[in-house]
Design a protein around this ligand. Structure first.
Ligand SMILES: Nc1ncnc2c1ncn2[C@@H]1O[C@H](COP(=O)(O)OP(=O)(O)OP(=O)(O)O)[C@@H](O)[C@H]1O
Ligand SMILES: [Mg+2]
Length: 366
């Protein structure tokens, strides 16, 4: 049984009949779900955005009476509820942000609809196309962080050391042993030494162990407060027309420290996550545990990095660096369909973790 859980301003006869069509959907697979949802819009203009590394599919419908972005998800279907909640909190507080329209939940699927921003593109695409410069990127990122802060600031609670450990190390451990991580990459996590661009780096297991052994320093590195936060605030999830910033695609959980989301932002502007997602990188194996890695670093992000870096305290800076490195190191499984991409993300994480160790004076002892 399909249950419409929320109606926005699109509550009208056409919307009712659309929702009625959704009650008949019985998808047997992800592709079947996309086919059946597309059928509901037969005769309308719509575009399918099918990213290669996530289980959901986005349909952008741009025709009267519908202008909406729908996210269709075939099992598991847990994230739509959290997306709906985050967008509800934000759009109630800020009038210019994306409004959730409805969420339908059916057998083995969900379809979540929001406003469609037809004049916007994600910030990575704008920056890589040269459509936004350094000061422009800085302002847009700051606006996105302010939007995120609306939900976060009103919901912060203490985060225990154990919870922080679970979020960072627990997630890293779980993701690295996921069966989606290709076997050739799996053994690299425990490698004592990985050479990237002729420079030796500590392998990630060894790097994290070295950091955690320094009990006092580790407590400084892991966050102490958490709140309702976006949870995936990389620049590919910030839509903009050059003036406004609209975060989309939230994980929207209450147990996320703000440094976690800052880590996502810095993963884009320092780490080059967007360049890797757009194929603007090169990676090659040069021998046993020896690699060459080149990632395009757009000038606009380099400039935004300098600006944003200078505005955060040294303590926050180190915590953000830890989050950023762990984000990269936890991604390989989701990107396994393109082996070079999985390898580039992993190696970038190795580089960033090593830089953190160096910065903390732990590299020589390691
Ligand atoms: N409300 C919207 N208005 C305009 N375009 C949108 C909207 N929502 C999504 N898009 C377009 O669809 C793309 C993918 O959307 P989104 O980031 O929500 O999904 P995803 O990253 O593929 O999925 P996942 O939640 O599984 O990570 C966006 O980069 C953007 O181009
Ligand atoms: Mg996304």
């Amino acid at each position: 049984m399909v249950t419409p859980t929320q109606f926005g301003s699109g509550d009208c006869t056409a919307l009712r009949s659309l929702l009625f069509q959704f009650t008949r959907i019985r998808p047997r697979s992800r592709a079947d779900l996309v086919f059946q949802v597309s059928n509901a819009f037969a005769g309308s203009r719509f575009r399918i955005v099918d990213s290669h590394n996530t289980p959901s599919v986005v349909l952008l419908v741009d025709d009267e009476p519908f202008r909406m972005a729908l996210k269709a998800e075939f099992e598991p279907t847990t994230s739509s509820t959290k997306e709906l909640r985050w967008h509800s909190v934000i759009s109630e507080a800020l009038v210019d942000q994306i409004r959730p329209l409805f969420l339908v939940r059916g057998p083995r699927f969900t379809v979540f609809a929001t406003d469609y921003l037809r004049d916007c593109q994600d910030l990575d695409s704008l920056v890589l196309a040269g459509a936004v410069d350094g000061p422009g990127a800085t302002v847009l990122i700051e606006k996105a962080l302010q939007v995120n802060d609306v939900a976060y600031a009103s919901s912060t609670t203490e985060m225990s050391a154990a919870a922080a450990d679970r979020l960072y190390v627990g997630r890293y451990e779980a993701r690295k042993s996921s069966r989606d991580v290709p076997h050739w990459l799996r053994s690299l996590y425990s490698a004592p030494r990985i050479v990237i661009n002729d420079k030796p780096h500590l392998g990630p297991d060894a790097g994290l162990t070295t950091l955690r052994r320094q009990n006092v320093l580790w407590r400084d590195l892991v966050p102490t407060t958490a709140g309702l936060s976006h949870g995936d605030l990389h620049c590919g999830n910030i839509l903009s027309n050059g003036t406004h910033a609209h975060p989309i695609d939230p994980r929207g959980s209450e147990e996320i420290p703000i440094e976690y989301d800052l880590g996502k932002v810095f993963q884009s502007i320092r780490g080059g996550y967007g360049s890797i997602m757009h194929g603007e990188y090169a990676v090659a194996s040069e021998g046993y545990r020896r690699y060459e890695l080149r990632i395009h670093q757009p000038k606009a992000y380099q400039s935004a990095l300098r600006q944003l870096d200078s505005r955060i305290s040294e303590g926050t800076h180190l915590r953000v660096r830890l989050a950023e490195a762990v984000h990269f190191l936890s991604m390989a499984g989701h990107h396994s369909r393109i082996p070079d991409e999985a390898l580039a993300l992993f190696l970038r994480g190795v580089q960033l973790l090593d830089e953190l160790l160096e910065r903390m004076g732990l590299r020589s002892r390691a």
